[in-house]
Design a protein around this ligand. Structure first.
Ligand code: CP3
Length: 344
């Protein structure tokens, strides 16, 4: 049976859109926390195929989502490139900020092979997943991963990384190139291990000038997609230039992606008119409405359903947070599939 997600990604519109949620496997689920507690740390967890496969499957079992997303992280590729990454509770990811001279030492050769437990997770999940459900593999957008490598942690404005791009253009291009090549290899391995769909998370596409967006986002993304296609992989690729605004349209036109994911700020009706004809798009329920629940959430779901036209995949504009109530995730899914849900 062809999965509903693959149907929409091939350009079909379905009366009931397929649904999955970014960060659907995560801390809002007690069964996730149980497995999480058995892992030494987050990176070790990502590199434990049995555990990672189990938590990838949990939201499918509990919610009957239409797709599973591989449990891994966009910051595994820097590890493959020879950098240290660790997670501090309450602070998120931490890295040693990369310098111009470090960039020349990145180990591009073999980077994707050094994170090979991830591909084992993919094949374990695909073996257990019902054929009607699609498995999504992913990588980070080179710019987004580069911001963590340059800044050493998440920061709201990315000013340090942008400054680095202006002041060290050659080193920046080398870094993006290293990330594009290794990320393409990473996606190729995931596709070969059984991922049905690939997604590029460009979570920090916000606030870039048009020139920087072209250089830091469009160019390396196009390079990833060209490399994946050159390897003979024809599987659909979803791009997520979160917060890119109007430049998301340029991204849709110029990177070679199959489909585009919209962040919370995107008006789905106007966006449709600007996209290449019938390009499938995904989005974009406000994660805050999901946290609040009740009528706020009911109305927000209704708005997404009413304003999204053409081939549409229902999702959030960003990820599920730990405080989300399980009842409300059920309610959203029921609303989409039956017309209303029991919101709390
Ligand atoms: O369920 C899924 O969506 C699949 C797995 C997945 C994770 N991270 C698991 C995770 C995916 C697709 C990602 C992508 C990712 N990772 C992005 C892009 C998407 C986005 O959210 O913008 C980014 C920027 C990262 C980097 C990252 N990883 C951060 C900033 C954090 C800390 C955030 C936090 O909420 O603490 C992580 C950790 C992380 N990745 C968790 C999960 C489930 C929480 C870790 C835990 O259990 O302690």
């Amino acid at each position: 049976m062809t999965s509903s997600l693959l149907k929409v990604l091939s350009g079909e519109r379905l009366d009931i859109p397929p649904i999955w949620m970014m960060r659907q496997a995560g801390r809002h689920l007690p069964e996730y926390l149980e497995v999480r507690a058995t892992a030494k740390n987050f990176i070790d967890f990502c590199f434990s195929p049995d555990k990672a496969a189990e938590v990838t499957l949990q939201p499918i079992r509990r919610y009957d989502m239409d797709a599973a997303i591989l449990f891994a992280d966009i910051l595994l590729i820097p590890i493959g490139l020879g950098r240290d990454v660790w997670f501090v509770k309450g602070k998120g990811p931490q890295l040693n900020p990369i310098t111009v001279s470090d960039i020349a030492k990145l180990t591009i050769e073999g980077a994707a092979e050094r994170v090979s437990p991830v591909y084992e997770t993919v094949s374990k999940v695909r073996a257990k997943l019902d054929p009607s459900k699609a498995l999504i593999g992913f990588c980070g957008g080179p710019w987004t991963v580069a911001t963590y490598m340059i800044e050493g942690q998440g920061s709201p404005k990315k000013e340090i990384a942008k400054r680095f791009a202006y002041e060290n253009p050659e080193a920046m291009d080398d870094l993006l190139q290293a990330l594009a090549i290794s990320s393409a290899d990473y996606l190729i391995h995931q596709a070969n291990a059984g991922a049905d769909v690939l997604k590029i998370f460009e979570s920090w596409a916000e606030g870039l000038s048009p020139d920087l967006f072209e250089r830091l986002v469009i160019k390396p993304t196009r390079q990833i997609i060209d490399l994946v296609r050159d390897a003979g992989i024809t599987k659909p690729i979803i791009g997520f230039p979160r917060g890119g605004g109007l430049k998301a349209v340029i991204y849709a036109q110029n990177t070679g992606i199959t489909a585009i994911a919209a962040g919370t700020d995107m008006p789905m009706d106007s966006f449709r008119k600007l996209l290449p004809k019938d390009m499938p798009y995904q989005g974009n329920l406000d994660p805050l409405a999901l946290r609040i629940g009740g009528d706020v959430l009911r109305q927000a779901v209704q708005t997404v359903l009413e304003t999204s036209t053409g081939p549409h995949i229902f999702n959030l504009g960003h990820g599920v947070t730990p405080d989300v109530k399980i009842e409300n995730v059920h309610a959203v899914i029921n609303h989409i599939r039956t017309g209303d849900g029991d919101y709390v």
